[in-house]
Design a protein around this ligand. Structure first.
Ligand SMILES: NC(=O)c1ccc[n+]([C@@H]2O[C@H](COP(=O)([O-])OP(=O)(O)OC[C@H]3O[C@@H](n4cnc5c(N)ncnc54)[C@H](O)[C@@H]3O)[C@@H](O)[C@H]2O)c1
Length: 354
C-alpha cells in the first residue's frame, strides 16, 4: 500500500468535540489538511467561528456547531445534522474536556486547601465527571449508532497520562475521569470490533493549550513538566497530529483497544537529578531555617511521593550508593560509574510498586 493510501482520510466524515482550541483544534486541522470533511463541535462559539474560518481559509472542508457535550439532546441533534450533511459518519474524536482545578499539592509541594479531598465541592466533581467522562460515553454511543449502519468507523477518545498514574498537583476528579475514559474505550473496543468500529485512545502528557486557563504558560507549572520530560520540553499541539492521522486512517486497521501515550517520556519519570537536588535543597533550607515545619512536611511528602513512583528513586534505589550492592555491577558498588550520585543502573524495583 502506498504511503498516500495508508494515511488516506480524503472525503471522510469527521466529528471533533472540543475543536475550538488546543488538542481538538489540532485534530480538526490534521483531518482538514488531509482532505476530510470536518464538523467541529464546541461550546465556545467565538473560538469555534475563528477556528472554522481559519481551516476554511486554508482550503479545508470544515464547519462548526456550538454544542455543550454534556447536553445529550444537543449532541444527538448535532450528530444527526452531520449525518444529514455528510451522508455518513466515519471518524469521531471524543476530545472535549476541562481541567479539575488545583491538586492537593501545588507545584512546589505545598498543601493546597482548595484541592484537599475533604474540601472538594460536589458540583465541581459532578461537572468534571460529566464533561470528561460521561460526555465521552455519550459521544461513543452516538457514534456507534451511526457507524453500525455504514459498516464501521473510528472512534478516538482523548484520555491522559493521568489515566495511568496519580499526580498530586492535578485536581482529584480529573484522575478517575481519565482512567474511566481509557477503560470505557477498551470496553467499547471489545464490544464494537465485530461491527468494524475501532476504538482507541490518545493519552497526552503536558501540552501547551488553553486548558486550566492556559496553565502551561505559567513558568512554574511548565518547568515541573519540562523537567520531567525525557525530551526536556512540553508538547506543542502539532505534536499530536501524526497519531491522530494514524488512528483515523487505514494505517491503523488492526488497532483497537489501544492507548497511544504522547508525553515526551514523562511517564518514565526520569526526574532529573537537577530537579531533585533543587527540591532537596529547598527542603533542607527550610529545615535549617526552621521556618515552617508544616510546609516542610508537605515538601517532604511531595519529595517522598516522587521518590516512591520512580523505581530509581525508591527507598531501595536510594540505598544503592557507593558501598551498597550495585545491580549493574553485581557486587558492591565502587561508585566508579556513578560516583556519589544515585545509582540508576537498574530501574527495576526490588519489590513490586503498589
Ligand atoms: N493540554 C494537556 O496537557 C492535556 C493533557 C492530557 C489530556 N488532555 C485532554 O485533552 C483534551 C483537550 O484539552 P486541551 O488541553 O486541548 O484544552 P483546551 O481548553 O485548549 O481545549 C478544550 C476545548 O474543549 C471545549 N469544551 C470544554 N468543555 C466543553 C463542553 N462541555 N462542551 C463542548 N466543548 C467543551 C473548550 O471550549 C475548548 O475549546 C481534554 O480532554 C483534556 O483533558 C490535555
Amino acid at each position: 500500500m502506498s504511503l498516500q493510501k495508508m494515511f488516506d482520510v480524503r472525503g471522510k466524515s469527521v466529528i471533533v468535540t472540543g475543536a475550538a482550541s488546543g488538542i481538538g483544534r489540532a485534530y480538526a486541522e490534521v483531518m482538514s489538511e488531509n482532505g476530510a470533511r470536518v464538523c467541529l463541535l464546541d461550546l465556545d462559539r467565538k473560538g469555534l467561528d475563528k477556528t472554522v474560518s481559519e481551516l476554511k481559509a486554508a482550503g479545508g472542508d470544515a464547519w462548526g456547531l456550538t454544542v455543550d457535550v454534556t447536553d445529550r439532546a444537543a449532541m444527538s441533534a448535532a450528530f444527526a445534522e452531520v449525518v444529514s450533511r455528510h451522508g455518513r459518519l466515519d471518524v469521531v474524536f471524543a476530545n472535549a474536556g476541562i481541567d479539575a482545578g488545583p491538586g492537593f499539592l501545588d507545584p512546589l509541594g505545598q498543601r493546597n486547601a482548595e484541592g484537599q479531598i475533604d474540601n472538594l465541592d460536589d458540583h465541581h466533581w459532578d461537572k468534571v465527571i460529566a464533561t470528561n467522562l460521561t460526555s465521552v460515553f455519550n459521544t461513543i454511543k452516538l457514534a456507534a449508532r451511526e457507524m453500525k449502519q455504514t459498516g464501521g468507523g473510528r472512534i478516538i477518545a482523548t484520555s491522559s497520562i493521568a489515566a495511568s498514574y496519580n499526580e498530586p498537583i492535578v485536581g482529584t476528579p480529573y484522575m478517575p475521569a481519565k482512567a474511566g475514559v481509557s477503560h470505557l474505550a477498551r470496553q467499547a473496543a471489545m464490544e464494537l470490533g465485530r461491527y468494524n468500529i475501532l476504538v482507541n485512545t490518545i493519552a497526552p502528557g503536558p501540552f501547551i493549550t488553553n486548558i486550566a486557563g492556559g496553565r502551561m504558560a505559567n513558568p512554574e507549572d511548565r518547568k515541573a513538566f519540562t523537567d520531567w520530560s525525557v525530551l526536556g520540553r512540553v508538547a506543542e499541539t502539532s505534536d499530536i497530529k501524526g497519531v491522530a492521522l494514524l488512528l483515523a486512517s487505514p494505517a491503523s486497521s488492526y488497532m483497537t483497544g489501544s492507548e497511544i501515550v504522547i508525553d515526551g517520556g514523562v511517564l518514565l519519570r526520569p526526574m532529573k537529578e537537577a530537579v531533585m537536588s533543587t527540591r532537596i535543597r529547598r527542603r533542607s533550607d527550610r529545615v535549617n531555617s526552621n521556618i515552617n515545619m508544616e510546609e516542610t512536611r508537605d515538601q517532604s511528602s511531595f519529595l517522598e511521593f516522587q521518590l516512591a513512583i520512580h523505581p530509581a528513586y525508591r527507598p531501595e534505589g536510594r540505598g544503592r550508593r557507593r558501598g551498597n550492592r550495585c545491580h549493574a555491577m553485581g557486587r558492591k558498588c565502587t561508585g566508579e560509574h556513578h560516583q556519589d550520585r544515585l545509582c540508576q543502573s537498574d530501574d527495576r524495583p526490588t519489590r513490586p510498586i503498589r
